[in-house]
Design a protein around this ligand. Structure first.
Ligand code: F0G
Length: 360
């Protein structure tokens, strides 16, 4: 593992592992950091990067948390691991429990999980339970199960998850040749990732590897924005949103468990929080695909939509060096993509018709 030049375990010295032989890995991390000149030019920005976490083994950043979380579970000798999920966490946990020969139980909000994610959890062999409630209800239920000692909980309330995810911050520094971006923009749901990445940057600064910190900028969906509301009021406490709603089902969360850490990341980095609506999300999703060739799921596009909004509102200075994190692969949610795309043209097998169509 020490010989690995890319990925989460390149940073073994920074991770809380007692016994490296217990590490569970599917070669997570080492995701591309794209320099997005086409999009930067369109938006009038000097330097824009996209860190594409959709390139992880199960297609989202959750794999970084799960390699660490299941490694910890291995060290502890637990047999059954569970989580609540809007989809990606369950897909990732199901894969890592398969790899480590453990049982997996996932609770999902019925009808609000993207097709690809559901397929993954089912196919990797998890016990998939859909509840007639939302993610926050599922979260309450798995917390209760964990307290009863029935499962080891691997939602981001488990600090070992965040330890794995902090490597996103490490990798960004590494890939920028130790130059720290001015700002990191990412979608916020249960608020674990923004907290984790902030921790990564801080650890690199504390150990003298980097000399400054980026402004952590969290973007929520208009219908699920308790953190943005608190930020706008300048307070640290959130008021949970009882009925979260957004096309970006991954961040359809009203009561984020890590809000305290997230508020700290935003305030102490001199960062920002804002929300974007479904239309802005969809537009940004298409724009990223059609200018940079990066296909992300709707929640991930919230970071790009947020970038555009914050340029328009003057929060972002166009000379900033910016990294947007796209958290999950577009293939996770084919329905969302097809719904907003032009329909394919259907024709008979006839060369004349084909020529007519391509000349249109
Ligand atoms: N983007 C994607 C694609 C996600 O799946 C999630 C969270 C987030 C962003 C938000 O990250 O929760 O750390 O603030 N998905 C969780 C899940 C809740 O169950 O898959 P966060």
């Amino acid at each position: 593992l020490r010989k690995r030049r890319i990925g989460v375990w390149r940073y073994l010295e920074y991770l809380p592992v007692k016994d490296p032989k217990k590490i569970v890995s599917l070669w997570e991390g080492g995701t591309p950091l794209y320099k997005c000149d086409n999009l930067a030019k369109k938006l009038g920005l000097k330097e824009l990067y996209v860190k594409n976490e959709g390139a992880n083994p199960t297609g989202s950043f959750k794999d970084r948390g799960m390699t660490m979380g299941t490694t910890r579970a291995n060290e502890l000798g637990v047999e059954i691991i569970g989580c609540a999920s809007t989809g990606n966490t369950s897909a990732s946990l199901a894969a890592y429990t398969a790899k480590s020969n453990k049982k997996c139980i996932v609770l999902l909000p019925s009808g609000n999980v993207a097709l690809g994610k559901l397929a993954q959890a089912m196919f990797y062999g998890a016990k998939v339970i859909q509840i007639n409630g939302n993610f926050d209800d599922a979260m309450d239920m798995v917390k209760e199960l964990a307290l009863q000692g029935k499962i080891y909980l691997l939602n981001s309330i488990n600090p070992f998850r965040l330890e794995g995810q902090k490597t996103i911050g490490f990798e960004i520094c590494d890939q920028l040749d130790w130059e720290v971006p001015d700002r990191v923009i990412l979608p916020v749901g249960n608020a674990g990732n923004i907290s984790a990445i902030w921790k990564g940057f801080k650890e690199f600064k504390e150990t003298g590897i980097i000399d400054k910190l980026p402004k952590m900028t969290g973007i929520q969906a208009e219908g699920a924005k308790p953190i943005v509301e608190a930020f706008k009021k300048g307070v640290k406490e959130i008021i949970p949103e009882e009925h979260p709603e957004t096309i970006a089902t991954a961040i359809r969360i009203g009561n984020p468990v890590n809000y305290t850490k997230a508020m700290d990341a935003i305030y102490s980095s001199n960062g920002f929080a804002d929300s974007v609506n479904d239309e802005e999300i969809t537009k940004a999703q298409k724009l990223l695909a059609q200018t940079e060739g990066i296909f992300v799921e709707p929640a991930s596009a919230a970071s790009i939509a947020g970038l555009i909004k914050l340029i328009e509102t003057g929060v972002i200075d166009k000379n900033e060096k910016i990294v947007c994190i796209t958290t999950g692969n577009g293939l996770k949610d084919p329905d969302a993509a097809i719904r907003v795309s032009d329909k394919p043209i259907e024709i008979e097998c006839d060369m004349d018709i084909l020529n007519d169509v391509i000349n249109e």
